[in-house]
Each structure stands twice: as structure tokens, then as C-alpha cells.
Design a protein around this ligand. Structure first.
Ligand code: AMP
Length: 148
């Protein structure tokens, strides 16, 4: 692949998203590629599904959380000029949803953030690493520097 046509920016709203997003936008411009954006909801229990209901939430507070995530996605997508049809908010397990959407949308480059891990985080593993291992296309890990 000499030229990327469809780039997928993945964001987890960790506070470093803008830095990673700006790199994604610059690359998309450079390659004249279409930029998609994805956030996977893995912290909001959804009713009638077999997946993750670890933290019990009332429907109201789950709805509030969902609206909050939606607003954050809209805000960053607006900043990056990403069309609504290329904004993805999907419920599930991040690595699986990222790699599946990449196949569905014929993504040729996935962009993830990557930062140093310490303590328990090392044991829990990294979405970035899992995506790199499972993706069928190229993956760019943008190194997120610690402040200071
Ligand atoms: P992690 O390895 O879990 O610290 O996450 C590193 C990167 O993986 C983030 O900067 C995002 O690019 C991506 N990522 C992690 N969780 C999610 C999520 N829930 N939705 C979309 N992307 C995610």
C-alpha cells in the first residue's frame, strides 16, 4: 500500500485524544484520504445483551453517560471536520469493534494512541497492542508523551 485512502482514528476520551487526532488529520490531508472516527462504548451496560454489566447503573444514569459520550464524539468530530456518516459510536469490546469496523469500511490505516504503562495497567494489557495484533490493515501507534 503506497497511499492510504481510508483512515480510522480511534479515540478513548482519555484526555490525549486531540494530540492523536491532529496527527490523524495531518496524515489524512497528506494522503488525500477519508478520515473516520470511532469510539467504542465499553463502560456503559446495555440492556438485553450478554456483555458487561459489571457496574449496575439505573437506566437514567446509563442514558446520561451515553449522551455524554455522544457529545464528546460530536465535539471532536466537528473540530476535525469529519462528516456525520463517518463518525462511529459502537458498543462492545474495543479491539474487536475497531478491527471489525476497519474491515467493513475498507480501512487501510488504523490510528491508535500509545502510552507507557505501569503497575496494574501492564497486567491488563493494551488495546493498542491488541489492535496491532489482530488488524488486517496497517496500524499506526501515536506515542503519547507524559506531560513534563
Ligand atoms: P490502551 O492501549 O487501552 O491504553 O488504548 C490505547 C489506544 O487505543 C487509545 O489511545 C485509542 O486510540 C484506542 N482505544 C482504547 N480504548 C478505546 C475505545 N473504547 N474506543 C476507541 N478506541 C480506543
Amino acid at each position: 500500500m503506497l497511499n492510504y485512502q481510508n483512515i480510522l482514528l480511534t479515540i478513548d476520551f482519555s484526555g490525549h485524544d486531540l494530540f492523536v487526532a491532529q496527527k490523524a488529520q495531518a496524515l489524512a490531508e497528506q494522503f488525500h484520504a477519508t478520515l473516520h472516527i470511532l469510539h467504542v462504548l465499553d463502560n456503559i451496560p446495555m440492556p438485553d445483551t450478554p456483555y458487561g454489566t459489571v457496574i449496575p447503573l439505573s437506566e437514567d444514569s446509563a442514558y446520561e453517560l451515553l449522551e455524554n459520550e455522544k457529545n464528546k464524539l460530536v465535539q471532536i468530530s466537528d473540530q476535525l471536520n469529519i462528516a456525520p456518516s463517518r463518525r462511529w459510536l459502537i458498543w462492545g469490546e474495543p479491539q474487536q469493534e475497531i478491527t471489525q469496523l476497519a474491515i467493513q469500511q475498507q480501512i487501510d490505516l488504523i490510528i491508535v494512541g500509545s502510552h507507557d504503562r505501569h503497575g496494574l495497567a501492564v497486567l491488563m494489557g493494551s488495546t493498542a497492542k491488541d489492535v496491532l495484533y489482530h488488524a488486517e490493515c496497517d496500524v499506526l501507534a501515536v506515542h503519547i508523551k507524559k506531560p513534563g
